[in-house]
Design a binder for this molecule. Structure first.
Ligand SMILES: Cc1ncc(COP(=O)(O)O)c(C=O)c1O
Length: 380
C-alpha cells in the first residue's frame, strides 16, 4: 500500500500530460469542445457534471479515505444535504449525536423535517443507548461525528457500524475533526464519510468546501446523479486550493496534535478550568478507544471555566494570538464561545451546549506562545 503522505501529494495528480506541470492546472472552464456530438475528451462535457481539477481532488480524497468514490461539494453542508437526499425518503428516521455540529442539527430540524425525514438525538458514543433506539424503531441512518463538535466525544466506529448494519441502517461518519490522516472510518465499517473540507483538509482558512466518500456503488450512483441534478459543486479554483492544502495535511496534523496536547495538559491543571475535553488526556472517557482508532488526537480542545458564561465570553475577547472566530482546522489558532457562535442554533434544543464552554482550534504556531496567550486570557 502506498503511504498516506505519498497519496496526499500524488493521488489524482499525475503531471499534466500536455505541459508536464507538476501541479494540476486550474481548469477554469464551464464547457468542453466535443469532437462530434457525444465525442467528449475524457468524458468532460459541462463543469457541473465534471471538471478535471475537481476530478483530481476527488481521486485524492477517495485515496486518502480508502473509498472507491469521492464527491466534492461547494460546502460541508451541501455534501450532507446531498447524501441525505440520496439515502433517505420521506418517513425515514436518522439517529444523530446529542452534540452534533449545530449546522447539521439545523439541517435536520429546520430543513429536512419539512420533507418528512425525522431525527432523534442520541448519545452516539454510548453504543448501548444507540442499540436501544435502534431496537425501538427502525432507522435509515446512524449519523456519527467522532470526535464531536464541540464536546470532543469519541465513538467506537467499528462497534457502531456492526450495530447499525445489524439493524439495517447505514453508518455515516462526519470525519471533519479527525481528517483521514488520523482516522479512516470506511476501513472500520462506515458506509460513507462526510467532510467539511473547509477545515483540516483545506487547512488555511481560505476556502469553503465539502465531500462525501464511499465504497458503496449504490450511494455513489445516487450521489453522482443527485449532485449533478441539484448542482452544489465547488468551482475549479476552490477544488485546487483544497488539493493544495491536502498536500501538507500530514505534517500539519502532527503539529496540530502536538500543540493541542500541550494546551490540554496546561488547561487540565489550571485552577480556573473545571473540565477539559480532549481525547488525548488519559482522563477523557473514550481515551482508550481514541488511542485504538486514531493515529493522533487532533487539534480541537474545549474546556469549561469555573466562573461560568461571563468568564467564558470575556476570555474569548481577551485572547490575542487565538483569533476570535468560527470555523476550525486552519494553521492559525481560533477561539470561540459555541453557545453564542457555532452552536447558537442548538439553543433550547436537546443539543444545547454548556454556556461556560470555550472551544479552541489549536493551530500550528509556537506552542509556548499559544499557552502564554491562553494563560493571560483566562487570568485567575
Ligand atoms: C463537524 C462539521 N461538519 C460539517 C460542517 C459544515 O461544513 P461547512 O461549513 O463547510 O458547510 C462543519 C462546519 O463547521 C463542521 O464543524
Amino acid at each position: 500500500m502506498t503511504g498516506f503522505e505519498t497519496l496526499a501529494i500524488h493521488a489524482g495528480q499525475e503531471p499534466d500530460p500536455l505541459t508536464g506541470a507538476v501541479v494540476p492546472p486550474i481548469h477554469q472552464a464551464s464547457t468542453y469542445k466535443q469532437d462530434g456530438i457525444g465525442g467528449t475528451r475524457g468524458g468532460y462535457e459541462y463543469s457541473r457534471t465534471a471538471n478535471p481539477t475537481r476530478t483530481a481532488l476527488e481521486e485524492c480524497l477517495a485515496a486518502l479515505e480508502g473509498g472507491t468514490s469521492a464527491f466534492a461539494f461547494a460546502s460541508g453542508m451541501a455534501a450532507e444535504d446531498c447524501l441525505l437526499r440520496v439515502a433517505c425518503r420521506p418517513g425515514d428516521r436518522v439517529l444523530i449525536p446529542t452534540d452534533a455540529y449545530g449546522g447539521t442539527y439545523r439541517l435536520f430540524a429546520k430543513v429536512l423535517a419539512a420533507w418528512g425525514i425525522t431525527h432523534e438525538p442520541v448519545p452516539i458514543d454510548d453504543v448501548t443507548a444507540v442499540e436501544a433506539r435502534l431496537a425501538a424503531a427502525p432507522a435509515k441512518i446512524v449519523w456519527a461525528e467522532t470526535p464531536t463538535n464541540p464536546l470532543l466525544n469519541v465513538t467506537d466506529i467499528r462497534a457502531l457500524a456492526e450495530l447499525a448494519h445489524h439493524h439495517g441502517a447505514l453508518l455515516v461518519v462526519d470525519n471533519t475533526f479527525a481528517s483521514p490522516y488520523l482516522q479512516r472510518p470506511l476501513e472500520l465499517g462506515a458506509d460513507a464519510v462526510v467532510h467539511s473540507t473547509t477545515k483540516y483538509l483545506g487547512g488555511h482558512s481560505d476556502v469553503v468546501g465539502g465531500a462525501v466518500i464511499t465504497s458503496s456503488p449504490e450511494l455513489a450512483e445516487g450521489l453522482a446523479f443527485t449532485r449533478n441534478a441539484t448542482g452544489a459543486v465547488p468551482g475549479p479554483f476552490d477544488s485546487w486550493l483544497t488539493l493544495r492544502g491536502i498536500k501538507t495535511l500530514a505534517v500539519r496534523m502532527d503539529r496540530h496534535c502536538a500543540n493541542a496536547q500541550l494546551i490540554a495538559e496546561m488547561l487540565a491543571t489550571h485552577p480556573a478550568v473545571t473540565r477539559v475535553h480532549y481525547p488525548g488526556l488519559p482522563s477523557h472517557p473514550s481515551h482508550e478507544i481514541a488511542k485504538a482508532q486514531m493515529r493522533g488526537f487532533g487539534g480541537m480542545v474545549s474546556f469549561q471555566v469555573r466562573d461560568g458564561r461571563r468568564h467564558a465570553v470575556d476570555l474569548c475577547a481577551r485572547a490575542r494570538l487565538f483569533t476570535l472566530g468560527e470555523s476550525l482546522g486552519g494553521v492559525e489558532s481560533l477561539i470561540e464561545h459555541p453557545a453564542r457562535m457555532t452552536h447558537a442554533s442548538t439553543a433550547g434544543s436537546p443539543l444545547e451546549v454548556p454556556d461556560d464552554l470555550v472551544r479552541l482550534s489549536v493551530g500550528i504556531e509556537d506552542a509556548a506562545d499559544l499557552i502564554a496567550d491562553l494563560e493571560q486570557a483566562i487570568g485567575v
